[in-house]
Design a protein around this ligand. Structure first.
Ligand code: MN
Length: 722
């Protein structure tokens, strides 16, 4: 009895030690940026992941409870605006709102620190799993390593407010309950496993792939090694009921009912029937369908996709501009999982050895497998392998140390080896000084916009800024981190990179057609399938509405005096200086012929921030320089004429000023020197005349189309007057 309490006490102590360690390591970032006011908003640090603003918007709306909504019918619409895309029914928003409501901290602090404390919970299942094979030291070492390992840290650091903060914690708890279930065959682990699945699915709806892998592994184990054991089929059946593709509010009582049946002697003869029923229901409910679909969509893609009906427009997809979906080199892959190539390889051997010694650990295979999928599926998957491989190397460390002749040597070697595997990860944390998504000036602008704009108004910007705009200004956006398909981006790209006149018209069209599509979709919900109105992309709907069957003809017609749709709300443009860095990417999405998918010639767009000035020229980079005397440009030793040279800057009282010098009327390229940013731009005439360059870089606009609302050197907001 005494030894049990002793072990329990040690378990608790180890958990507390590892948890504290994990939290403190995540405070290093705070310590590094403590005086950096540009990272703060409302007295607190801002978050550093774009997607976080999505959940934050939902939580904010849940807490506010005072939305305006003309068409609201259900409970949630009370809190936000019709079709503002606020995620008020997601688990992350609910948990955040609950914590913010319960705890005496500001909302900004809650979302900043949630990843710190929630992700650190991963140490609990790790140590409990180690306890199941009577090796608590292994648990402590693995918990220390896993909690701060490279990719796990990156995706759960302070301010990385995203579902990742529980995405490893929950499957690790699942692994823990599965191992204990198989090992002890105790009834309580049936219900714990099922509840784990319910919570995991609630938190992260894409969890089915991993749940299904666990299920498959247990099924193989049951059929091959332990066929006669009824308990295995109970476990499989209750897991399957928990995994059905139906609402959680139905699955929860269902799982409870199944559990109470399993507990009763009378129902023992029906276990196989229940198992069969659960599998049948799983297929009927469509539980299997998404498993392949999602995965293949991520791994295989083509850059340009044709619609299958209607005009068959071709859009540029966002996939190839997202780096994380690309293939990654082995060293990066190893670093991300274990912090170092050597410790990664040792960890892999350690895991194999661990499975050899403790067969039960084979059930961790789905997590390792998903982690290794990173080598084809992209970096985002590596975190799944982190805790299991940490257990692998921790096992080797404890095995090696146990061979030491004295106890003192044993503990010294444990400490030495542990520090060795922790060190590269600590160094990574030290060096990983990533900035917040927004800086204080960019947010200050949005804060002011919030006072001006109505909550049903639209703000147009590139999709990267969609979530932060909605969080800080409480408005609607056309694109965001979850809505950036080729057809959505086409509209945004067109507005930002076409001429201001066309941009103004397209902005009104895109907003009104977006709202129109929401209304049609809502009406469709009350109709049966044959009566539903199919909604195509906005640009396709516009083309048809203006009686064209060629999108190019429609876009061309925008240059004439077209009748625009009725204005239902105001539209603003948010133009951050930062967007200059991604201008060519923004342009790609509208720089193609939608009818045949052919890319147009890329714009000439050149930025230099590291220029050097000599007596007679300005060296923009090794191949491009500007002659100061005759104001010509040399690109790879070829002289190129310049249309105009523009210098922008701020006067002493912070007023924007610009000076335009015309040089050669027939030339195509212009040079802009943005003195306040120490930046040179070389642009072709189309780019120079684009809405973004004109309004953001030059503050040049037609007063009948646009109105300046609020500007500072970091971002500018205009209002559409059409
Ligand atoms: Mn809203």
């Amino acid at each position: 009895m005494n030894s049990i309490t002793q072990e329990t006490r040690l378990t608790v102590v180890y958990i507390l030690v590892a948890f504290t360690f994990s939290v403190l390591m995540r405070m290093i970032w705070i310590y590094q940026f403590n005086d950096y006011e540009m990272f703060k908003y409302a007295g607190e640090f801002m978050i550093n992941t774009n997607d976080g603003y999505f959940w934050a918007e939902g939580a904010r709306d849940l807490l506010s409870g005072s939305g305006t909504n003309p068409m609201g019918e259900n409970f949630y619409d009370k809190f936000h605006q019709f079709n503002d895309l606020s995620p008020v029914s997601t688990a992350t928003a609910h948990l955040t709102a609950l914590l913010a409501w319960m705890l005496p901290f500001s909302f900004e602090s809650i979302i900043l620190y949630m990843p710190v404390y929630l992700s650190s919970l991963v140490v609990i299942p790790i140590i409990l799993i180690a306890k199941s094979i009577d090796n608590l030291e292994m648990g402590l070492i693995a918990a220390l390593l896993a909690s701060i390992a490279w990719s796990y840290y990156n995706r759960t650091m302070i301010g990385y407010y995203d579902t990742d903060m529980l995405n490893i914690v929950l499957p690790m708890f699942l692994l823990w309950s599965i191992t204990w279930a198989i090992k002890t065959n105790q009834d309580k682990y049936l219900i714990i496993t099922a509840l784990d699945i319910l919570v995991y699915r609630w938190w992260y709806p894409q969890s089915y792939a991993l749940e299904f892998s666990f299920f498959g592994l247990i099924l193989v184990y049951a059929l091959v090694f332990d066929r006669k054991n009824m308990y295995n089929y109970k476990l499989l059946a209750i897991m399957m009921f928990a995994m059905l593709n139906i609402d959680g509010f139905i699955r929860f009582p269902l799982v409870l009912a199944v559990f109470f049946m399993f507990k009763q002697e009378h129902y023992q003869k029906y276990v196989y029937h229940l198992f069969a029923i659960s599998v049948a229901l799983f297929f009927i409910s469509g539980g299997f369908n998404p498993i392949w679909g999602k995965l293949t969509a991520y791994i295989f893609d083509s850059s340009i996709q044709a619609g299958d009906e209607g005009l068959g427009l071709h859009f540029f997809t966002v996939m190839q501009t997202i780096r994380e979906a690309g293939k990654i080199p082995f060293e990066t892959f190893a670093n991300r999982i274990s912090g170092h190539t050597v410790s990664f390889i040792v960890s892999c051997f350690g895991y194999v050895y661990l499975v050899y010694k403790h067969k039960i650990m084979i059930f961790a295979l789905p997590l390792v497998g998903l982690g290794f999928l990173a080598s084809v599926g992209g970096l985002r998957f590596t975190i799944y392998a982190v805790p299991v491989l940490a257990l692998g190397i921790a096992f080797l460390i404890t095995e090696l140390s146990s061979k030491m002749p004295t106890n003192k040597l044993k503990y010294l070697s444990i400490i030495a080896f542990t520090l060795m595997v922790l060190l590269p990860n600590y160094k990574h944390i030290e060096a990983y000084r990533i900035p917040t998504v927004m800086n204080a000036s960019e947010v200050a602008i949005l804060d002011k916009l919030k006072e001006v704009a109505q909550r049903d108004d639209y703000v147009i910007s590139w999709w990267d800024y969609g979530y932060p705009i909605r969080y800080y200004a409480d408005v609607k956006t056309l694109g965001d981190g979850g809505k950036h398909s080729g057809s959505v981006n086409f509209g945004l790209s067109f507005v930002l990179t076409a001429s201001p006149e066309l941009a103004a018209k397209m902005a009104r069209l895109d907003v009104e057609f977006t709202e129109r599509s929401f209304i049609i979709r809502k009406e469709n919900m009350d109709k049966n399938e044959s009566e539903q109105t199919k909604v195509f992309s906005n640009i396709e709907e516009m083309t048809k509405a203006y009686d064209f069957d060629d999108t190019n003809d429609f876009l061309y017609s925008l240059q004439t005096d077209v009748k625009l749709p009725k204005k239902t709300r105001d539209i603003y443009f948010y133009l951050p200086h930062q967007m200059l860095n991604i201008y060519p990417t923004v342009k790609i999405f509208s720089n193609l012929d939608l009818m045949n998918g052919e890319q147009e010639k890329a714009p000439f767009f050149f930025v230099s921030r590291n220029f050097k000035e000599t007596q007679e020229k300005i060296i923009l980079n090794s191949a491009v320089f500007m002659d100061k005397k005759d104001l010509t440009l040399s690109i790879k030793d070829k002289k190129v004429a310049i249309k105009r040279f523009v210098k922008t800057g701020y006067t002493k009282d912070m007023r924007f000023s610009k000076n335009i010098k015309y040089i050669n009327e027939s030339a195509d390229l212009s040079i802009i020197y943005m003195s306040a940013y120490n930046t040179f731009l070389v642009l072709d005439e189309d780019t120079y005349n684009s809405m973004y360059i004109q309004l953001s870089v030059l503050e040049e606009y037609d007063k009948s189309l646009f109105e300046q609302v609020v500007v500072n050197p970091h971002a500018k907001i205009y209002k559409l007057k059409l």
